[in-house]
Design a protein around this ligand. Structure first.
Ligand code: TEU
Ligand code: CA
Length: 557
């Protein structure tokens, strides 16, 4: 308990500024909007805000395509707005994590503008340029956003690599000048007094020597770049160098977004010796409800099997224990809404199941992340149609998987997007039941979820039984009970496909966490001492061995 670091006891609240609060009526959320709601975040009890990218960007991928790392996107305000936000957050004892997007820049970044000019430009080697092979792309990699990962550039007759959108050329981390430029930029933010970084796709920065083809899934067109690129030969050296040159200069919290990372990799990245990062966002549980056809990847609409979820989360709980640190998340700006994916978002069960899903996550070992709106049980946006979507991943999926490659029909795709698309998470925050949910007085950049009349912050704050106050209590418990941070995790009944129950075991004390994942009344008999006390639950009373629909409860003894 003595060695607990602040970020191990912290709860993070993720703010997607574009969709949080528009303070000037242009329809786009902004930094002043975040400032207006600091008290709301403080009331929830979160310790840290993770701010999605707010840097200058042409917004091809909503800020993940950065054209100037040391300036603020004019849509969001200016540097004075940022400095004031940081100061006000600190005044309220809230820390701020910045998004660090350095696997790639925007193609509008000065480095790339220079780089593409000529083969002997001093910035040429800032990016990954290759000659065509037999008139084609240099290898078979597909982009994460569908289509090829290479773009031919007429000016010099070479291709550049972009694992994401065409407008997101990958930086060449082998080049020491690139690394130094990134570290200098990071130090600019460290010097401002920010509290840490969430590092975008950091597991992908070191490309494998020779850029070998990836495996093409059956029925697919492109090779899997994720598998080919993740955890490349020098990634750990680069992160150690970053630790020396940047991270050790202050008490920083770091979380690496790490697709394609397994337990062994995570133990390296997030080792408790903190030689690299504090923790990673791993993706294994996010892939459990992928389409069984690998060519369709995440596009699917069936719920995850509970036993598979248990098996996976328990593996991460047990295998990182004492070695590395977990991050705990159900959703973020890239994922559908937690209650829609893991609970039941119909009116009868939305509130109760949102609390259940929260209970399951928040009693585990690790640092929990709450994505804006999750704390009021916001749901997927089923009212959005093909023409309403903004997200480049969704648009490209329609363009390639349907229009071009004809892998499925448009109606099925829309169903899959309603289940998995990123815009489910990006519809504006629902503050109240007035026009545009109080998000903007103008035209919102993305259509609102049409359920804001019934699901909004104002109603949640007025109702002591709301999802909001349940999250508030979960956060308070994490701050108060060391066992939530340190207790040993033990899964019960791995083969039970309806109830997820586990224990946290401390020195002479225990928690028993029970979650009914179904809309059925079930009976389960867990052994609990007579003097066990109900610590928290999502029903008003306790019926012992009877578990009501989506019931969640935690005993302490
Ligand atoms: O996401 C990386 C990533 O793995 C996602 O693209 C993921 O594959 C997809 O969103 C899941 O459907 C990060 C950012 O979080 C995301 O918003 C960016 O678009 C991406 O990197 C590129 O910077
Ligand atoms: Ca605005």
């Amino acid at each position: 308990t003595e060695n607990i670091k602040w970020w191990q006891k912290a709860v993070v609240y993720q703010v997607y500024p574009r969709s949080f609060q528009d303070a000037n009526g242009d329809g786009i959320g902004d930094l002043k909007g975040v400032e207006q709601h600091l008290d709301y975040i403080a009331k929830l009890g979160a310790d840290v805000i993770w701010l999605n990218p707010v840097y200058t960007s042409p917004d091809e991928d909503n800020g993940y395509d950065i054209s100037d790392y040391e300036d603020i996107n004019a849509k969001f305000g200016n540097m004075a707005d940022f400095d004031r936000l940081l100061q006000k957050a600190h005044d309220k004892h809230i820390k701020i994590l910045m998004d660090l997007v350095v696997n790639h820049t925007s193609n509008q970044h000065q480095w790339f503008i220079e780089s593409r000019k000529s083969k002997d430009n001093p910035k040429r080697d800032f990016y990954i340029w290759r000659d065509p092979v037999a008139g084609h792309e240099p290898n078979n990699w597909g982009s994460f956003f569908s289509g090829p990962a290479w773009q031919y550039d007429d000016a010099t007759g070479q291709y550049y690599l972009h694992l994401f959108a065409e407008g997101q050329p990958d930086l060449n981390w082998v080049n020491p000048e690139v690394r130094q430029a990134v570290f200098d930029m990071m130090n600019f933010w460290v010097d401002k007094g920010i509290d840490g970084f969430r590092m975008d796709v950091i597991s992908l920065i070191s490309k494998p020597d020779g850029l070998p083809d990836g495996q093409v899934p059956t029925g697919g067109v492109y090779g899997n770049a994720d598998k080919a690129v993740a955890n490349g030969p020098h990634v750990h050296d680069y992160l150690k160098e970053m630790r020396d040159k940047v991270l050790n200069r202050a008490d920083m919290m770091t979380v690496g977004e790490a697709s394609g990372v397994d337990i062994q990799n995570a133990i390296q990245y997030a080792n408790q010796d903190t030689s690299e990062l504090n923790m990673v966002f791993q993706f294994e549980h996010m892939g459990l409800d992928n389409n069984p056809n690998p060519a369709l990847g995440k596009w699917y609409d069936q719920k995850v099997s509970l036993t598979a979820l248990k098996e996976n989360l328990s593996k991460w709980q047990n295998k990182l224990a004492g070695k590395a640190w977990n991050s705990l998340y159900w959703d973020n700006h890239d994922q559908p809404r937690a209650v829609s994916r893991y609970g039941n978002d119909t009116p009868a069960y939305r509130v109760i199941s949102a609390k259940m899903v929260a209970t399951l996550l928040h009693f585990m070992q690790g640092t929990p992340y709450i994505y804006q709106g999750e704390e009021i049980g916001m749901t997927n946006a089923y009212n959005l149609k093909r023409e309403d979507f903004d997200d480049i991943e969704i648009k490209n999926a329609f363009k390639y998987l349907i229009d071009k490659d004809n892998l499925l029909d448009e109606e099925t795709m829309l169903r899959y997007v309603h289940a998995k698309g990123r815009d489910n998470a990006r519809t504006p925050m629902q503050w109240n039941n007035s026009d545009n949910a109080g998000f903007t007085t103008g035209q919102p950049w993305l259509k609102l979820n049409d359920n804001y009349q019934t699901i909004n912050v104002a109603d949640a704050l007025a109702d002591p039984k709301s999802v909001f106050y349940y999250y508030q209590k979960l956060i308070q418990l994490r701050h108060d009970l060391p066992i939530m941070t340190t207790g040993k995790y033990q899964l019960l009944d791995p083969e039970d496909n309806d109830v997820y129950a586990y224990r946290r075991i401390g020195q002479g004390e225990q928690l028993l966490v029970i979650n009914n994942f179904t809309d059925q009344v079930l009976t389960r008999n867990y052994s609990v001492p007579d003097d066990a006390r109900l610590l928290i639950g999502n029903y008003d009373d306790d019926e012992g061995q009877t578990l009501r629909p989506y019931e969640a409860k935690v005993y302490q003894f």
